[in-house]
Design a protein around this ligand. Structure first.
Ligand code: ADP
Length: 383
């Protein structure tokens, strides 16, 4: 059986009233006769005989005329007392009815509003909010309900944007592959090594994108193991330098690192940190023209190691700097694609990995063609 809040409140008030009336009546039954008799005898100079009075007129104890008058008086007093008790009970029940009505309205109307809002949200109306009034528990519940709705709205819009971005990123290489294949079938494109290389490049781009997406979903969900242990930063940097030395040589860009071997150990997952450094150094190479320079540097500030990758490349205009860590963000999409760039996911992954180490990652640039510096912090193993 469904009993609403107002009825429950009223029943609880009623219970309290009934208990109070019963206690009062029982107390009166035992205490009133004695008290009444005492007061009367004090007034008339008679011995107290209250209990006899309470038991009724002519209580069989052989009291005199005065006692008989006293009994009549007490009986009237008792009747008036009972009458007053009935009236008091009725008025209190009425007050309880009104109070329970107002209190239940005050409590149930925001709860009702939240029930309706949650139903609307579950139907996909993520912009639904409730009015948060008062500084009590119900007000706090309404505010946290609104915060939850806001978070849901953000998640939903990120989900929509992600689907849009992923389909857009998939469409470009797929269209290129389909166009080339149709050209080959129709005989418009020559079946030579160049055509096949082009198709192969687009297929590679597709598979890189799928790998990046998989990695992105893993790091965004925090679904990866971190094997944190004290490691020398020089080891991680050397690994990146060795890995890229040939590519740098062939592109005519100088790569130097001024990492000292006696720097204190950092608390890091070597593989994950290596992945971040490969991304930053790879980007530096990609966006630095021939004759440029890329430098890896490390220094210590306040129990943290600051590692920076600075290049003398194309730079990043200030207005784009806040967005480059957003997923799928590329400053110049066409340039990024022509130079064999990725899909704008690398820095997002790097940011998540650095944050998982308890560090920060940021970018600085003086502007277009004035180079960029990417810096991350990692806690020292000695804490
Ligand atoms: P991508 O795979 O496209 O390089 P990232 O997430 O690694 O994606 O980088 C996002 C964007 O930030 C790049 O498209 C590029 O526009 C910009 N960027 C990253 N590193 C550099 C750099 N060293 N110099 C200039 N621009 C950079």
């Amino acid at each position: 059986m469904k009993i609403n809040l107002g009825v429950r409140l009223f029943l609880s008030y009623l219970l309290v009233i009934v208990v109070a009336v019963v206690v009062l009546a029982v107390a009166a039954q035992f205490a009133l006769p004695g008290a009444y008799g005492r007061h009367l005898s004090m007034m008339e100079g008679m011995p107290a005989s209250g209990e006899g009075m309470w038991t009724g007129m002519g209580g069989g104890r052989g009291q005199g005329q005065a006692a008989g008058d006293g009994n009549g008086l007490f009986s009237s007093f008792r009747t008036s007392f009972n009458e007053a008790l009935v009236w008091a009970g009725l008025v209190t029940v009425l007050v309880a009815l009104c109070v329970s009505f107002f209190v239940s309205r005050r409590l149930s109307s925001p709860i009702h509003a939240m029930t309706l809002a949650s139903q609307r949200i579950s139907e996909g109306h993520y912009d639904e909010r409730v009015r948060s009034t008062g500084n009590d528990e119900v007000g706090h519940l309404a505010s946290s309900f609104n915060r939850m709705a806001e978070k849901l709205e953000q998640t939903e819009s990120m989900r929509r944007q992600l689907i849009g971005d992923v389909s857009h990123e998939l469409r470009t290489p797929l269209t290129a592959i389909r166009g080339s294949m149709e050209g080959l079938i129709d005989g418009i494109l020559p079946a030579n090594i160049e055509t096949f290389t082009q198709i192969h490049q687009e297929a590679n781009r597709l598979s890189r994108l799928v790998d990046d997406l998989q990695e992105l979903s893993r790091v965004e969900a925090g679904a990866f193991q971190m094997d944190l242990k004290p490691v020398p930063v020089s080891g991680v940097v050397d690994f990146a330098v060795k890995r890229f030395s040939r590519s740098f040589k062939s592109r005519g860009v100088t790569l130097t690192s001024d990492i000292l071997t006696d720097l204190p150990l950092i608390m890091a997952d070597e593989d994950r940190l290596g992945q971040v450094l490969l991304n930053l150094v790879g980007n530096a190479l990609q966006y630095t023209p021939q004759g440029g320079k890329v430098t890896i540097h490390a220094e210590i500030h306040d129990h943290e190691m600051y590692v920076s990758v600075a290049d003398t490349g194309v730079g990043i205009p200030g207005k784009f700097l806040p967005y480059i860590f957003d997923r799928f963000y590329r400053v110049d999409k066409s340039r990024s694609r022509q130079t064999g760039g990725g899909s704008g996911i690398g820095l997002t992954i790097a940011m998540h990995l650095i944050e998982a180490h308890g560090g920060r990652l940021w970018a600085e640039s003086e502007g277009e063609n004035r180079g960029s510096t990417f810096t991350f912090t990692i806690p020292l193993a000695s804490g």
